[in-house]
Structures are given as C-alpha cells and as structure tokens.
Design a protein around this ligand. Structure first.
Ligand SMILES: Nc1ncnc2c1ncn2[C@@H]1O[C@H](COP(=O)(O)OP(=O)(O)OP(=O)(O)O)[C@@H](O)[C@H]1O
Ligand SMILES: [Mg+2]
Length: 417
C-alpha cells in the first residue's frame, strides 16, 4: 500500500489526512474543494436521503423538512449513544447516525484514492468523558465499532494532540520541548512532547511524550454560555412565574443552547408542556418566542447565529446576534459579555494546562514552544490565559482545522507500514 489514512472526526469539523510512504501528508477535499467537512448530518424527509457537511446545513437552513444534527461526538461515552430516535419511519440509534457520517467519509476517501480503504487511524481526545475511565473507554469502543461496521477493518486510535505534534514535527530544525494546545469544538487537549527531526521516524515514541491532558470544554460550551447569557433571556430564561414565586424551569433553555440537545425539544409533548409553563409565566410574550422557535424547528438556526457571533467577537468588541426573527428586538453581545460568560470554563482549561506541567514535573520555563491548533484556540481570553503562563516560549500556529488530520495520517504511516 502506498498511502496511509487518518481521520480526525471532530465535534464541529472533520478532516481526512493521507500520507505517502515517503511521509508527505495532505488533506483530502471532502466537499467540493473544502478540506474540512462540518460534522453535521441532515435527514431530508422529502427525498428520504441523508446529507453531510455543508450540504446538511444548507438543506436545513433552506427550510427543507427533516432532522438536522451536529456535535454528535459529544454523545460518545454517554448512554445516549444507543438511544433510538425516529427518523421518519426508521428507528435509528445515534451510533447508526454516526455510521451514516462514517460511510460518507469512507466513500469520499475511496473515491479520491481510487482504492478500498480498510485501515485507518482515528483521532480521539485525551478524555472523551472527564473523570470516568469506564465511560471514556466505552466512548472509544463505540467509535471503533461504528467505523468497523462501515467497513474499516483495521481501526487504530491516537490522541489528537499527539497527532498535532506529529504535524508540527515536520517543520522543526532541532530538538524542542513543545506544548501542544488543541482547542476544538468539544474538548481542550494538551500534550507535552519532545519533537526532533532525528526522532520523527522512530516507531516507538513513548519516551518522548512527557504528559497528556485534556478537559471536556470547547467551542460548543462557549456557544452555550453565550446563548444563555445573551439570547435565552429574550425567550424567557431567568424570568419568573406571574406570582413572582418561582423561576421558569431552566432545562428547556439549556437544551436549546446545547448543540446536541436541541432535537430533544422536538419530541412529542414538549410544546404542550411549554404551554403550561407559559400559562403561569409572568412574561408570556417571551415564552411564546421559545415555543415558536421549537415549532419552527429553528433551534439550530439560532445556535448557528450564536456561534457566528462568538466568532465575530474574536476580532470585534461587539456584534448583534442574527436571530431568525426580524420582529424581535436587536440582541447585542459584547466581547466583555462573552468573556464573563465563559470565564469559569476558561479558568478550568487554564488549570488543566497548569496540572499538566505538574504531572510532567516541569516548569513553564522548560517549554521551548507552544504549538497552537483547533478553531477555539482563537478565542482571545482563552489564548491569553494559556499563553501568559509561558512568557518565554515561542508561539507556533498550525493549520487550525487541519493539523490533527495531517498528523493522524503520519501516525497511520508509522502504524501500518
Ligand atoms: N475565529 C474563531 N474564534 C472563536 N472560535 C472559533 C473561531 N473559528 C472557529 N471557532 C470555533 O472552533 C470550533 C471548531 O474547532 P475545530 O474544528 O478545531 O473543532 P473540532 O476538531 O471539530 O472539535 P474537537 O477536536 O473538540 O472534537 C467551533 O466551536 C468554532 O465555533
Ligand atoms: Mg479537533
């Protein structure tokens, strides 16, 4: 075999890397010329077909009748993975739905390479699930079973930050101690690795990995925090019953603000329950909006608007959230609103990095380079929080959405050649 395949199945974006026997690695185009595929699926009810990636989002946003799903990686390691959901007349588990996505990746990869692909290295976060090793192992088992069921016979795993280190190692000139920072949609992952041009080809690198760590916090958590802080109050979150005695139940708002829970609000009975909530509410006008968003199946449209605002707040100090209802008042969000909303999550990520240094018995000054990758590494408050721990290190940026996929293909070459 002349080339080796790595799959970075991300919470938000997926890539497929291919490396040659000579060790040259590239990303495959997965959707037209795009080398990233949004980790999204849309089951279109009219045509009874499934769309992945940008096409999924486009069909959903165009108002086609169907079911849209995104961030399904977040379900790995939870009991939801085997839960059945109805897609028209079919009952599918979330694992089956992820199978549809992996089948798409396999077809695309095989079409590009012109051969069957049965051996892959799949990336995994350092922790799928925080503080629960059994659930974490189960998450990897589920992912392996999904890939095998679609015909990948040989499935190996690698930590996503180690894969990013392999990508970075392609460009180093001398030995360095590097902290890999990979902050994605679902998780923040870190490794402290000794990289060197001489050792890059070695089969066994255990001794070069000084520490791995991670926490289940990423961009989708920042989306949720921003939504709860700035958008959900316009739908009644935080308001009271008319007698002033109780807050409205919060779980509807949490589900609507959480990518992988939005569809739960479309289950039978939810809007009926919400009418009872509305009846008691002080601000019936706001609860009416919540009901309308659910009835219109606009939950993901709202989440997409919030995510776009979050991304805007990386480069700008304020923005308006483009909600799909022109009759609502303008919903503004500022950088400082965002920083406040994500403050405790950012603190936990920074503490994870500090813990990693302790685990490796290293001081910040021992780290030569910080290699930064993952879309959420752009979030200013988080970037500053991490980088300020290492005032003397050199900062290197990877291909934000592609380093892990490239590195996984390099790992596939080591594992399968
Ligand atoms: N400029 C930006 N500012 C802030 N966040 C951004 C920016 N660009 C992308 N993001 C966020 O980055 C996340 C996606 O990053 P990435 O593709 O690295 O994640 P992933 O690999 O899918 O997730 P994971 O590795 O955690 O499973 C999304 O939450 C997205 O909103
Ligand atoms: Mg990632």
């Amino acid at each position: 075999m002349s080339d080796f395949v790595g799959i970075d199945f991300g919470t938000s974006n997926t890539t497929v890397g291919v490396s040659t026997a000579a060790g040259e690695a590239r990303l495959l185009p997965l959707e037209q010329d795009h080398q990233t595929l949004p980790s999204a699926i849309f089951f279109d009810f009219a045509s009874k077909s499934a769309f992945c990636g940008r096409a999924a989002r486009e069909h959903y946003l165009a108002g086609s009748e169907g079911r849209y799903m995104q961030s399904l990686k977040s379900i790995l390691g939870s009991s939801l993975i085997d839960e059945k959901t109805r897609i028209q007349s079919k009952s599918m588990s979330f694992a089956d739905i992820l199978g549809v996505f992996f089948a798409f990746l396999k077809r695309k990869t095989e079409a590009q390479l012109g051969r069957d692909v049965s051996q892959i290295v799949v990336g995994r976060p350092v922790h799928f699930v925080d503080g629960d090793e059994a659930a974490d192992a189960e998450a990897q088992r589920s992912l392996e079973a999904i890939a095998r069921k679609e015909g990948f016979r040989d499935v190996a795993f690698q930590y996503e930050p180690i894969a990013a280190a392999l990508d970075y190692e392609q460009r180093v000139q001398r030995e360095e101690l590097v902290l890999i920072v990979d902050i994605g949609g679902g998780t923040s992952d870190f490794s402290i690795v000794r990289v060197s041009p001489q050792r890059s080809g070695a089969a066994q690198r255990k001794d070069d990995i000084l520490a791995n760590g991670g926490v289940h916090i990423g961009g989708t958590d920042f989306d949720r925090a921003l939504s709860l802080a700035r958008v959900m109050p316009h739908l009644g979150f935080g308001s009271k019953t008319a007698d002033g005695k109780r807050n409205l139940p919060v779980h509807y708002f949490y589900d609507l603000a959480t990518w992988h829970s939005i569809n739960f609000l479309y289950r039978k009975g939810v809007t009926t329950d919400l009418r009872a909530v509305r009846y008691e509410a002080e601000r019936r006008d706001l609860v009416d909006r919540l009901i309308r968003v659910i009835e219109d199946r606009h939950g993901h449209t709202l989440a997409i608007a919030v995510e776009q605002s979050k991304i805007k707040l990386t480069s700008e100090l304020s923005t308006n959230v483009a909600v799909p209802y022109p009759d609502w008042e303008t919903i503004a969000a500022t950088r400082s609103d965002f920083d406040k909303a994500v403050g405790s999550a950012v603190q936990r990520v920074v503490e994870t990095v500090q813990g990693l240094l302790v685990d490796a018995s290293l001081k910040a000054g021992d780290i030569n380079t910080i290699f930064v990758t993952g879309g959420s590494s752009m979030v200013p408050i988080l970037r500053q929080g991490i980088l300020s721990l290492f005032p003397n290190a050199k900062i290197e940026s990877g291909n934000l959405l592609g380093s892990v996929g490239i590195g996984l293909s390099l790992d596939a070459r080591r594992k399968f050649s």
